[in-house]
Design a protein around this ligand. Structure first.
Ligand code: 16G
Ligand code: ZN
Length: 532
């Protein structure tokens, strides 16, 4: 009752935007930052309940809008092992966020009963934010909700999204045999740097890497990380202006590079220089370079997945444990067909295709001992099952070569942020693999040739009528559309196309690929016309 009263009183400081319906989507709540006060308040209440429900385990709250423009912001919850919030709770978040402020304490009470939360349990929350100007106000709101609910909390100030996921997992495994690391920013850098140096033993990274940090939180954090790397790799940091608030994600960053298929205009990289871009909260990574003919060449999430899968497969074979580890790759419908072909025919690894959204990929990856998952947009990581961890840790090497491979695998399990896709960790992983293979980005690109592809955004009256199945590769409604798409794609050499309702924007996205640029463009245009 005291808590209920405190919630009601605290809620009265805020005003709900009129006529706005909120929904906890694939990336939590995300919108213009002005509209977010009451949403963040609701998320604070729910984080506290989630922690109590899970007997006082630490829950994370991240305030960020990733690659969105500077005036947006967002908020999402992190579950105890560093995963995305359990799907069932998304609906509770939506319900609390839409509750009128006068009755939000009643809705909170309803949820306590419905979810059967033991209110005498402790509640513990850690939170952090990216560099957006609106972040400090929103963290203030979060603070009010956590205080009203008598929740113990730690403010980690500025962090990348994956750093917060890391801290949450560390907090909840502290003192157990699964302790993930020290629950601090310093602990994060130490873990990455130590494992990087281990796996880099005996090899050297060629040349330097230029990293575009989207003028987001990744910039200062990458600079910190570099201090722990003892010059094991030469990293040049660019687009790390977090002072000018409007520069965030503006004409730079992983999303810009992937969607525009070009380097940031500010880039001064020369021919064959190795470049990478992070997004605004540093959970997405793409590589690229300019070739000898001055053509921009993208190495996206599909490329990182194939690189990682091939490397880990080789290590497992060299360590003599390939038979004991089921290695697989998880992709979405957006994966380039050439990458899928390469994984099946050259790497000879199984593939699972899932719906778009990290939680779907992550979940599927856990079905393998080593699950390599990446969205084409650069979000992904590698998961290791308990069996894999045991085999990697406990196998007795039969030769120095096996020992070396086993030690590298052990270091990789520490280098890779298994909680969630992490651009900084993925970047060190790519650097490691390129060093081991002695590859420049050109050789990496040479492993297979991407099919030309096109992505079109189509504005429709009602995107909810577009119902997909088969991991979003086919449409069951509107009636007849799927047949049309199939008949169109059959006219093109290697033609493949699909349409799906976006989960983050009010639009339908059409993807098409084919053997040539003109065919891919043509197919995309025709399917887009069929959709609209
Ligand atoms: C969200 C997802 C991202 C996905 C994107 C698709 C997370 C953390 N983020 O940003 O993985 O690629 O949505 O957007 O799951 P769309 O539905 O608008 O195409
Ligand atoms: Zn992001």
């Amino acid at each position: 009752p005291a808590v209920k009263k405190a919630i009601s009183e605290a809620a009265l400081q805020y005003r709900k935007p009129k006529g706005k319906v909120f929904e906890y989507g694939t990336a939590g709540f995300r919108m213009k930052a002005d509209l977010l006060n009451t949403v963040v308040f609701a998320v604070g209440l729910l984080a506290s309940l989630r922690s109590k429900k899970l007997s006082g385990q630490w829950i994370g709250v991240m305030v960020t809008a990733s690659h969105n423009p500077a005036e947006d912001n967002g908020v999402k919850l992190v579950d105890p092992m560093g995963e995305m919030l359990e799907a069932e709770w998304e609906a509770y978040a939506t319900r609390l966020a839409n509750a009128p402020l006068e009755s939000i304490a009643d809705v909170y009470d309803e949820l306590v009963k419905e979810i059967d939360v033991k209110m005498t349990n402790p509640a513990r929350v850690v939170f952090a934010r990216d560099t957006r100007a609106s972040g400090s106000r929103l963290v203030g709101v979060l603070n009010a909700a956590l205080t009203a609910t008598e929740t113990e909390f730690i403010d980690f100030k500025y962090m990348t999204t994956p750093q917060l996921h890391y801290v949450v997992r560390c907090k909840n495994t502290l003192g157990t045999q699964y302790q993930y690391g020290e629950p601090s920013e310093q602990g994060y850098y130490e873990k990455l740097a130590q494992s990087f140096k281990k796996v880099m033993r005996g090899v050297k990274v060629q040349g330097s890497l230029t990293v575009d940090c989207a003028n987001g939180v990744g910039g200062p954090k990458l600079r910190e990380l570099i201090k722990f790397l003892d010059s094991a790799v030469d990293i040049k940091v660019i687009n790390d202006d977090v002072i000018n608030p409007d520069s965030l994600n503006y004409e730079c960053g992983a999303d810009y590079v992937k969607t525009k298929q070009r380097a940031p205009p500010s880039s001064k990289a020369g021919v064959l220089d190795r470049c990478a871009s992070l997004d605004g909260d540093a959970d997405r990574l793409v590589y690229y370079f300019v070739d000898e003919s001055n053509v921009f060449r993208l190495l996206d999430g599909d490329r990182i997945a194939t690189l990682a899968a091939s490397f880990i497969g080789d290590l497992a074979r060299n360590a003599g444990i390939a038979q004991k580890l089921k290695i697989g790759v998880v992709q979405t419908a957006y994966a380039n067909g050439a990458s899928t072909d390469y994984i099946e025919k050259v790497l000879k690894l199984p593939i699972i295709c899932t719906n778009t959204g990290v939680k779907h990929l992550h979940h599927a990856a856990l079905r393998f001992d080593v699950g390599v998952y990446f969205e084409a947009n650069g979000h992904g990581t590698v998961t290791f099952s308990e069996n894999a961890m045991k085999v990697i840790r406990n196998t007795e090497p039969q030769s120095p070569a096996q020992q070396h491979a086993l030690e590298s695998l052990r270091a990789l399990t520490d280098l890779i942020n298994q909680a969630v896709g992490d651009a900084l960790s993925d970047m060190l992983l790519v650097e490691t693999i390129l060093a081991h293979k002695g590859w420049s980005p050109k050789e990496w690109l040479g492993t297979y040739t991407d099919l030309p592809s096109r992505l079109v955004r189509v504005v429709v009256n009602d995107r909810s009528i577009f119902k997909a199945y088969d991991a979003e590769r086919k449409l069951e409604s509107p009636a007849g559309l799927q047949e049309k798409v199939e008949s169109l794609q059959s006219r093109y050499n290697k033609g493949r196309s699909f349409a799906r309702a976006s989960g983050t924007e009010d639009a339908v996205r059409v993807y098409a690929e084919a053997a040539s640029r003109s065919e891919a463009d043509d197919l995309a245009t025709r399917v887009a016309n069929a959709v609209s």
